[in-house]
Design a protein around this ligand. Structure first.
Ligand code: NI
Ligand code: MN
Length: 225
């Protein structure tokens, strides 16, 4: 079973039987993060978009670990320009990596690097490792195609942004859970900034009230799924 660890904000590591990956490693700029970029030992770095709170320490981590960055093409080109090894992909495309399958999904959001470089369209990730499917939607508003994503994939664990302002808020994330019909939900993208200071327990209670499973994963905590 893959092991997921929450690094804060939208950052997670996933350890499978064949590789370790990190998604959106925003650590050195996040006052709530408990891990430092130097502590992240991975084979792949998956980036949903170029915003500073997602690209984060991704390039540095990839270079230090000789890890491959998997990202939408324009963002991958940007990272390659900074000396990282990359595997560019784009929305709707899937690829079988040695550790598992990654498919890029749509995300309704923007994407620009902290230095102002336009980094294309943002994405979400469907990651199938060791027979289990994880959905990290990136930063996005609610969209009805989540219903299609749920119909086409048996999702074991879905990470949903709930912070509002920049992404879905709690009410929309509860609707996303309705669309996705995943086996379990974990909230993300809350409390890091003042404008996204919402209570994750409220999301968990509302999802449970609709007969699905959800839990708050504290920063630094892990679970197997
Ligand atoms: Ni963003
Ligand atoms: Mn964000």
């Amino acid at each position: 079973m893959p092991r997921l660890t929450y690094l804060g904000h939208a950052a997670f590591t996933v350890e499978g039987s064949k590789a370790r990956i990190v998604i959106d490693p925003f650590l050195s700029g996040n006052p709530l993060a408990t891990a430092s970029p130097e502590q992240v030992e991975v084979d792949y770095v998956l980036l949903t978009h170029g915003h500073g709170d997602h690209l984060g320490d991704g390039i540095e981590i990839a270079r230090a670990n000789k890890a491959t960055i998997v990202a939408p093409n324009e963002l991958a080109i940007y990272c390659a320009g900074k000396g990282a090894q990359t595997h560019p992909m784009h929305i709707g495309g899937a690829f079988q990596f040695p550790f598992g399958r990654v498919k890029l999904t749509i995300a309704h959001h923007g994407s620009v690097a902290p230095d102002g470089t336009y980094t294309g369209n943002p994405c979400g990730f469907l990651i199938t490792m060791d027979g289990k499917t994880l959905y990290h939607p990136g930063d996005t508003g609610l969209f009805y195609d989540m219903k299609l994503i749920g119909q086409m994939n048996k999702i074991d664990l879905a990470l949903l942004p709930i912070g509002d302002n920049f992404t879905m808020g709690i009410e929309d994330a509860v609707m996303a859970a309705d669309f996705l019909q995943a086996r379990m939900y974990i909230p993300m993208h809350f409390k890091t900034f003042e404008v996204i200071d919402v209570e994750p327990g409220e999301f968990v209670n509302k999802v449970k009230a609709k007969g699905q499973k959800a839990q708050v994963l504290p920063i630094g905590a892990s679970l197997e799924y």
